[in-house]
Design a protein around this ligand. Structure first.
Ligand code: TMP
Length: 215
């Protein structure tokens, strides 16, 4: 059986990842492609507990290395329990964020060196498990932040960060998108929701065509 495709969705806050993933999942369902939708940090009961620890706003300043290790702890559990078994069973996996978010948020946002991120990536994922495609929804930071503010509700620990933090996050995504080995597909997220949905569907069609030709 051919392994399923591993597709991740990335971007700064408020770019419309959830809607994009829903659209991608609906399209795969229409094509009869077995898949599962999951997210990081999280995706298993234990990893969701780690997510809660990571996102909760707190008075105690969080050491960036502590944050980095918790991201990869959750990821190890998620890979072992959900992602690897699904891919090996031939299912596609649509994941709301993955290791590119660690390079962008802990590397860019928190200004950690990328070398320990790369070391942990090798430790937790080995040398072969990488996304087959990273759908990067890209929009100016202010546009996304205004959308998040418009949603209401309590901001989580990351949403408390300032524009400069998210500018650094976006710059890392941009730099990573420039390297073909990272398999980025940039989707302009500054246009209307319908246009974003069309672009996502088109990208899914391309990926599906390539995957089918390998069967
Ligand atoms: P979400 O709001 O898209 O569900 O993601 C939760 C937050 O976690 C988001 O602000 C980005 C952050 N995050 C990291 O900082 N590093 C990571 O590796 C991942 C997966 C998420």
């Amino acid at each position: 059986m051919t392994r399923g495709l591993f597709i991740t969705f990335e971007g700064t806050e408020g770019v419309g990842k959830s809607t994009a993933i829903r659209g991608a999942s609906d399209w795969l369902t229409q094509q009869g492609v077995a898949h599962r939708v999951t997210r990081e940090p999280g995706g298993t009961p234990m990893a969701e507990e780690i997510r809660e620890v990571l996102l909760r706003s707190r008075e105690e300043p969080v050491d960036p290395t502590c944050e980095l290790l918790l991201m990869f702890s959750a990821r190890a559990q998620h890979l072992a329990r959900v992602i690897r078994p699904a891919l090996e069973a031939g299912e596609w996996v649509l994941c709301d964020r993955f290791t590119d978010a660690t390079y962008a948020y802990q590397g860019g946002g928190r200004e950690l060196d990328s070398a320990p991120v790369a070391q942990l990536e090798s430790l937790v994922q080995g040398e072969t498990l990488r996304p087959d495609a990273v759908l990067w929804l890209d929009a100016p930071v202010e546009t996304g932040m205004a959308r998040v503010a418009g949603r209401g509700g309590e901001p989580d620990r990351f949403e408390h960060e300032r524009v400069r933090f998210f500018e650094r996050v976006r710059q890392v995504y941009e730099a990573r998108a420039g390297n073909p080995a990272n398999r980025y597909r940039r989707i302009d997220a500054e246009v209307t929701a319908d246009e974003v949905a069309d672009a996502v569907r088109k990208t899914m069609e391309e990926l599906h065509r390539e995957w089918t030709s390998l069967q």
